[in-house]
Design a protein around this ligand. Structure first.
Ligand SMILES: *Cc1c(COP(=O)(O)O)cnc(C)c1O
Length: 382
């Protein structure tokens, strides 16, 4: 028998040694509220249109797809409005691939990217994967970004890429447009506003898309994975100056977006009224969840997304496990004493409330603090 080879035995890049992969648990439990998916599956009519589109595309699969996804990009531009056109929109396999292409084009060895934590764990993972140095900036106790401090941090580190997540994951915090405007003005390089949860923001919250004219170093990313209820399709997109898209063409793999993905995404866009029709329901359920958690005396971050960050638990893992034992999967993410729950259907949220009530009634779990107190600034584990 030969000994099992481990990662440490391989000539892997030094900067990847000792790292852990992204790993939200995929556990088969009745109520899965851990990856911010939309709980409402596509309707039978939508599924039938998808099947029809795949049937149509099936007869062409001996050929490569449209390398530039022209029709899809034109339809995405029309969806985003703001005067956008296909040449200002780009699409890839999830916004994670969009972000990776941005890092490949604008990051790289000797360069750096900065974000304000706690935030989306994939930003540093994609950054280091692209051999780019990660600079961790900080958010305030209310999880907002203080523009003075953020400008100072940007001026100190001069990052090639700045990530702003709005609404932020895992906290749900939306950034005022004035803050985004100031940070775009201060940044020496590219600024990526990750708007994965934009559709869930409270009415009247402006998009960073409004700042695109005159800001060729600004990129706004979106996804079909959350509000669009199409996480399985893997379709993310961005809007930016046409020159930014020219840069991405230099690094994208040829034919990166399969014929089937392009077809599915176009069907989803054609049905967007149905898909986005659940957003209001999810917002109302989110606000009810925030109110219920506060009524229990817990600390809860204001949320403009389809999830809620709540705490604080000295042993959050015990709470997470207690919930799982009751059939409800939430996420251990963010600052050490907090948990995140994705907003589900009314039935799923009732199960969440029952499970949490059960756990909190148990002997060994007490909230650390009933006030929205400060928090540790440790980096989250994915
Ligand atoms: C979920 C999420 C994404 C989406 O990733 P996809 O690759 O499009 O599924 C992007 N950014 C943030 C902040 C997210 O939470």
């Amino acid at each position: 028998m030969t000994a099992r080879i481990t990662l440490a035995d391989l000539p892997i890049r030094d900067d990847l040694r000792g790292r852990t992969p992204y790993g939200a648990p995929q556990i088969d439990v009745p109520v899965r509220l851990n990856t911010n998916e939309n709980p409402y599956p596509p309707s039978a009519a939508l599924a039938a249109d998808l099947a029809e589109a795949v049937r149509g595309a099936g007869g062409t699969l001996n050929r490569y797809p449209d390398r530039d996804a022209t029709a899809l990009r034109a339809e995405l531009a029309a969806h985003l409005r703001h005067g956008l056109t296909a040449e200002r929109v780009w699409a890839a396999n999830g916004s994670n691939e969009v972000l990776q292409q941005i890092l490949q084009a604008f990051g790289g060895p000797g360069r750096s990217a900065m974000g304000f934590e706690p935030s989306y764990s994939m930003h540093p993972i994609i950054t280091t994967g692209a051999a780019t140095r990660w600079v961790a900036g900080a958010r305030e106790d209310d999880f907002g970004i203080d523009p003075e401090k953020a400008v100072a941090a940007i001026e100190e580190h001069r990052p090639d890429i700045v990530f702003l997540t709005s609404p932020n994951n895992p906290t749900g915090t939306a950034l005022p447009p004035e803050v985004v405007r100031r940070l775009v003005a201060a940044a020496p390089g590219m600024v990526v506003v990750d708007e994965a949860y934009f559709e869930f923001a409270r009415a009247g919250t402006p998009s960073a898309l409004e700042l695109l004219p005159g800001n060729p170093r600004l990129i706004v990313t979106r996804t079909m994975s959350k509000a669009f209820a199409m996480a399985g399709t893997r379709l993310g997109y961005l809007a930016a100056d046409p020159a930014v898209i020219e840069a991405l063409l230099l690094v994208r793999l040829p034919y990166h977006l399969s014929t089937l993905t392009q077809a599915a995404a176009r069907v989803a866009l054609a049905h967007r009224a149905e898909l986005l029709g659940y957003v209001d329901r999810l917002r109302a359920e989110r606000d009810a969840c925030v109110a219920w958690l506060r009524g229990r005396g817990l600390a809860v971050a204001d949320s403009d997304a389809n999830f809620v960050l709540f705490g604080r638990f000295p042993d959050r893992h015990a709470v997470w496990q207690g919930m799982l034992d009751r059939g409800v999967l939430v996420r251990e993410v963010g600052p050490p004493e907090w948990l995140r729950v994705s907003v589900g259907t009314p039935e799923e949220m009732a199960a969440f409330r029952d499970a949490l009530s059960g756990v909190l009634a148990g002997p060994d779990v007490t909230p650390a603090s009933l006030a929205t107190a400060g928090r540790d600034q440790e980096e989250e584990t994915p």
